[in-house]
Design a protein. Sequence first.
Length: 270
Amino acid sequence: MPQSNVPHDVEVLLRELNQDFMGWDDPPNRLLRAVERDELVLYAQPILALRGDGAFPMAEVLVRLQDDDAVFLPPGGFLPLFEHFQLMPKLDRWVARQSVARLARTPRVPRLCINISTQTLSDPAFVPELASELARSKVSPGSLVIEISEHDVLERPDVVTAFMASLRAMGCKVAISGFGRLSVSLSPLTTLRPDFVKVDGGLVRGLHSSQSSRKKLSAMVNLAKAVGFELIGEGVETDETLAQLREAGVDYAQGFGIQVPAPISLIIDH
């Protein structure tokens, strides 16, 4: 193992300063405490159906953390720490358990979408534990949509394929999120055949000014019809964009222009 060239006293100082920079004296234990003591809070953002009566058949589950000052931190304020300390599987399990518990209450939004991190894709215990939680709570696996990022689809195709197969075997739905930001080909969608594809928000917001964005979306709509998945437009901010998605044949839409994230009880409870 290579030796550090940094003097020991500087390493100690750096460690202390890093803790100050992160905002906590003992960041890993602080994060574990948040998970174990339910100091995290679920938020949700509804997903609008663009066909029919404009109902909200789905919602994406988001998470906030209550800081020591009773301030709710947004994801950017704590998710990088969970990632840095390799604790994302614990967080993903907590979100999954809480989401299943919400679905067990027969909410007015019948399907929840939860995001799975890169670290959790390699966690062999996640899917069996989720299956047990669904069975214990008597919740239909089809009411849960597991979102996998486009980045993971492109960078870890074999891992994603195996993970998706295990989810499908127990009946969960699968979505690929942020599609169109990195991909230069639609091939991953024909190979993986997800249930839902979330169109990247940057592409969606560019529809009004970019012919390239419009052509990309048109290609995705045509492939969705051929392969059999449904499209969700992300990052919708204006009525104009919403109308463009509906006209293009996109199935669902999500974004601040439809509804901002809010505590999950305000979104899905009766």
